[in-house]
Write a new protein. Structure first.
Length: 202
């Protein structure tokens, strides 16, 4: 199943029927309006499990149509709605969470800025478990307002991350082992493992 491009949501499949899990009730209400009224998708059923909402699209709804609609949803606005309703998180929580990411020795491959959506993605390999191989991953920042990405290598060329820290209220800092310091101003972040796409044999 493809990854949802909207933060705090996940695509799911049950017996060929496409669903969307949403982690916040207010975000689910907003997405319901976006998907059904703006993008004319058909939602046949809605399940509520605690604070999580699950939409089930009509049987036969193509996953590519759902993904196309989700890609047009503003991820920055989705993140803003989620953060407004997430009363449990403080700046100190974010500081601890970001500093706790297993980014030391992660190797950075590519970076991508979606200017329209305000989403910045870093594609990298991360050691979630030091006894296993690094996993292909994405470090995603939503509601991005500023970037500083020097590549001067004052300590010598390196593709590896040295450390990560958060400076309230919205500055995320990555120091590379090259000595370069990357600064991202954003509303929120997420680190998630991705499926490595391998070429198919002919």
């Amino acid at each position: 199943m493809d990854t949802s491009p909207v933060p705090h949501t996940r695509l799911c499949d049950e017996q060929g029927r496409i669903g969307l899990e949403v982690d916040d009730i207010e975000l689910a209400d907003w997405l319901d309006d976006q998907l059904t009224e703006v993008f004319a998708l058909h939602v046949d059923a809605i399940q509520q499990i605690g604070s999580q909402t699950r939409f089930w699209f009509r049987l036969g709804q193509d996953v590519d149509e759902v993904l196309a609609a989700l890609r047009q949803v503003d991820p920055g606005e989705a993140e803003r709605i989620f953060l407004i309703n997430d009363k449990t998180r403080s700046a100190s929580d974010v500081l601890q969470d970001f500093a706790d990411l297993p980014l030391h020795d992660a190797s950075v491959h590519t970076m991508d800025l979606d200017w329209k959506a305000g989403v910045f993605r870093i594609n990298l390999s991360v050691f979630f478990d030091r006894t296993q191989d690094a996993k292909h991953s994405e470090l995603i920042f939503w509601a991005v307002t500023g970037l500083e990405i020097p590549r001067e290598a004052p300590w010598g060329h390196s593709i590896y991350v040295n450390s990560a820290l958060f400076e309230p209220t919205n500055l995320y800092v990555l120091q590379m082992q090259s000595g370069d310091v990357l600064k991202i101003r954003a509303g929120a972040f997420q680190l998630r493992a991705t499926v490595e796409r391998r070429p198919t044999s002919r």
